[in-house]
Write a protein that binds this ligand. Sequence first.
Ligand code: CA
Length: 343
Amino acid sequence: MMKSAVLRLLTLGVTLLLLSGKSGAQRKRAVPAPKHPTKGGCCEEVQALKVQLANVSSQLEELTRKQEEEVRSLVHQVLKLDKQSNTLEDRITEAESKYSEINSRVEIIQLQASQAVTQTSTDAIYDCASLYHKNYKISGEYKLPADEFLRTPELEVYCDMETAGGGWTVIQRRKVGLTSFDRDWKQYKRGFGAIRGDFWLGNDNIFRLTRQPTVLRIELEDWEGEMRYAEYQYFTLSNEINSYRLLLANYSGTAGQDSMRYHNNTNFSTKDKDNDKCVDDCAALRKGGYWYNCCTDSNLNGVYYRYGEHTKSTDGITWYGWHGPNYSLKRVEMKIRPQNFQQ
Ligand SMILES: [Ca+2]
């Protein structure tokens, strides 16, 4: 539409230019003096005619000038309109590209939504290993969806996607030392602490995650910055009725003598529930919740002691196979993944 308006205006401009050209030619033809001047008597008439002619030609000149001005202004307007139409066209193109961009984004979102639906219906996200297989390969916080079959709510977890191939769901961490692990049965059942800092994932959650054949990996760091690890190819917990009894086997790693074996096949104890195999109350003595025997070969949920204080007590975070019963470690992480995990 803008183009046809521009064309019309241009045609008008050209016509006006032609018209002004014609009047210029007429003016030129009118100016020269007559070739056969009439004799005296009619000279006054000739003079008068000459004056009239001069007037007419000056009027014509004025008209021509005005026409030229008008044409110039018209051409100017046409150019201006043309420019405006270009700007408008640019804007329309821009709007169109934005629209198509939004449209394609909507399509992507719809596609993702439909994929999410098919994923949850056929291939549930169960733990960090299943997230890893869905290409989530960055360590950090993730949310596991609620399990309708088990009637468990959604669960916030920390996934280690790097260590020894990744796919690990972290179930315990000690590294900051500000969170007390001297807690009661209910708190150990549900879990406590901060998922990025020190925490216990919760016995119910660990039970839920170890329904499939599971590997346990324990990473230890001392105050000299040295690191060791212990791995158990078999690890599972019983349910609450069976006091979250620990079953593990097949130790390997660099953490010296196996310091979990002594705790194998024992029930979980807390300060308000003495399920240990001892006359003593191990949870009260070791100030944590753990699978106490009589009492410990390791105490990974013990008291966090800082450098300088870490060799003075027997209720610290201990692993007898490496630093013995009087050395509280600087950092511990317990993590699990399915036995059949493949990168
Ligand atoms: Ca006891």
